[in-house]
Write a protein that binds this ligand. Sequence first.
Ligand code: GLY
Length: 365
Amino acid sequence: MIRSTVAAIAMLCWASSAMAQADDDGEESRWSIAIHGGAGTIKRDKITPEQDKSIRAALGEALKAGSKVLSDGGSAIDAVTATIMILENDPNFNAGKGAVFTWEKTNELDSSIMDGSDLTAGAVAGINGTKNPILLARAVKDHSPHVMLSGAGANQFSREQGLEQVTPDYYATPYRLQQIEDVLAKKVSVADVDYKFGTVGAVAMDQNGHMAAGTSTGGMTGKRWGRIGDSPIIGAGTYADDRSCAISATGSGEYFIRLGVAHEICARIRMRFPEAIREAQRAVPKDADGNDSYVVHGSEFQLSDAEIQQIADDVIAELGALGGDGGIIYATPWGQAGYSFNTAGMYRGKATSEGDMSVAIYGDE
Ligand code: GLY
């Protein structure tokens, strides 16, 4: 009772059943997942009803796949991998099939993945030939001594790993071809063409409280000179740490790199936690001798939903102040999952073990 009073004073919540002890209490272990398919000036007048329906269905299918891995007791990293593969295979999004074209009318794909349980990570930049870049990022993490591979070397590693290969025309869609033709014909500037960014990503917490994050993208339409955005940069577009959160980003990559957005949010959550425990300790009633009546234990607390959201919103506000557009999805080791973005919309969805499942596109839903 006293402890819950302290928790309330400190604006903290009880760490409910997210941790391993949930099973001891006879409760079902919790899991959560959030996904995105890009953010940008996504407005109702720019999306046809058919596109709206098709994108919601694709997000729903990806969420279902990730949720199944988690509800079956699978790991967060496997859930993230399975979810992103579905989004990469869907031509609605700028990743895998449907990736944007470079200035030279080629595709250069970027992807990364991170396991919050041991801080292992894998990433690839400027690759092609691999059907699912997220599998190549995962192979770098699992089967190489490195974190990031790029270009021809990464493509060679993919073949050596036996990953499914595709011909260059696999990635192409009529929509993306039209976009690059318009850019090359100077009908539209590179800055204007991506009224929405179609990068995909997923973050998850599994039943053991482990976190994972992954991101995959074709980058920016008309990109040149081997340009690489935030998606394959661990700490910018992707980060996961069991002590704080899992983040995947979408938007104008240069700004996400400059701010180190994904790591920045995780670091703020991690640093806020001991501070919050100290606040709780200060609120503990004194005993007859003037000493604290008990020692607050960190495992009993979590940051509140509002605090997590505020930290994410603060970092996205700083991104906006620099001139960056886009957003992030987050999951925490306490089971929270959500979004923060400064664009008109973001293709997004989330699901939890409590049975919540939702997908959304526009900022006002
Ligand atoms: N956020 C994806 C990119 O900038 O490439």
